[in-house]
Design a protein around this ligand. Structure first.
Ligand SMILES: Cc1ncc(COP(=O)(O)O)c(C=O)c1O
Length: 342
């Protein structure tokens, strides 16, 4: 088997060795299914240690986490506001609307973040029953463009949400990369600022499978066990999913993995700039957006996986992973230089 590394996405990467060991470690004997086991209890307690007084539910994937977070938050007539670039809008096949029945109200965004001034247009007709009633805001940390909300920005969005009687969801598929970039704890970025529900990702940062839903607003977690089961996100052999979160948190694997991915992205960005490749978005976490000469893209893709983000602009997205190395970046740059004849 040829071992390939790529910059396509952080879910192209494998699983951190220690996580695999932990999965293997809990593969002993029989334990209660569906999360009623001691391993899952320990994993939940690890998450409570870092998030405080919360309710925790493990689900199978990031889309499931987001959709079920919204399902858990919705009122009888809610609609959801989010940047038009958000994963829930662009890349979840309409599942948030299909499963929850809620309309997604999108706000134009250049950097992947929610602009509060532009958001206001959805609130001008909150009392008009012919119009969607915005009751939830959903933001992603990091964003689809790899940008990172500052604590101040999240605080402002949260304040805005509360002022307009809305709940706040955070898609944290890459929250570890954001925490490393900001040098803060998960809690400082979420519960402390008024986030109601967080999709806490791990798969993109060294885990094999699964995400955790963190309910800071515990009232919303009422009945969530039923919601998870009804929506097919309850994994029966739960210990293998939950066990991963124990070393991930206790042994700071989240930090080790996200730091490596972020550092690799910085190195990639600097290396591209050195050879005259324009970078289009701020690089704080593990994604680099750049303009590549059109003619080299297909040739480069024969050797490295990566996605074209904007065909017209010839803009590509490069994502580094927990296991990206300096050598991976150097090999990539070497190939680009070869194709450019420099
Ligand atoms: C920001 C963000 N949220 C959610 C997801 C969904 O994760 P999954 O593919 O596990 O459903 C992704 C996956 O790419 C993502 O980038």
């Amino acid at each position: 088997m040829v071992i390939k590394k790529s910059f396509a996405s952080d879910n192209y990467s494998g699983v951190h060795q220690r996580i695999l060991e932990k999965i293997s470690e809990v593969n002993k004997g029989h334990v209660a299914a569906y999360g009623a086991d001691e391993i899952t209890e320990e994993a939940i307690s690890c998450l409570k240690d870092i998030f405080g007084d919360v309710e925790v539910f493990f689900v199978l994937n990031g889309t499931g986490a987001n959709v079920l977070a919204l399902e858990g938050m919705k009122g009888r007539v809610s609609a959801v506001i989010s940047p038009e670039t958000a994963h829930i809008v662009q890349d979840e096949t309409g599942a948030p609307s299909k499963i929850t029945g809620m309309q997604l109200l999108t706000v134009p965004s250049i950097d992947g973040k929610l602009d509060l001034d532009l958001t206001k247009k959805w609130l001008t007709f909150q009392n008009n029953f012919h119009k969607p009633k915005a009751e939830i805001i959903s933001i992603s940390q990091t964003t689809e463009y790899g940008t990172v909300y500052s604590l101040e920005e999240i605080k402002n969005i949260s304040k805005f949400a509360k002022e307009h009687n809305m709940l706040l969801h955070m898609d944290g598929a890459r929250i570890s990369n954001a925490a490393v970039a900001l040098g803060c704890t998960f809690k400082e970025m979420t519960g402390d600022l008024g986030v109601d529900v967080l999709s806490f990702g791990g798969t993109k940062n060294g885990l094999m499978i699964g995400e955790a839903l963190i309910f800071f607003n515990k009232e919303l977690a009422k009945d969530f066990s039923w919601i998870r089961k009804q929506n097919l996100q309850l994994y029966s052999k739960m210990r293998f999913m939950s066990a991963q979160f124990i070393p991930y948190i206790k042994e700071n694997i989240w930090f080790e993995c996200a730091s490596n991915a972020n550092n690799a992205a910085q190195y990639l960005k600097e290396s591209l700039e050195k050879i005259g490749i324009p970078i289009t978005k701020e690089v704080l976490a593990n994604a680099v957006f750049a303009i590549f000469p059109k003619d080299i893209i297909p040739k480069l893709q024969q050797h490295f996986h990566f996605y074209i983000w904007n065909e017209t602009l010839s803009e590509v997205r490069l994502v580094t992973s927990f296991d990206s190395t300096k050598e991976d970046v150097d090999n990539f740059i070497k190939k680009i230089k070869e194709l450019l004849g420099i």
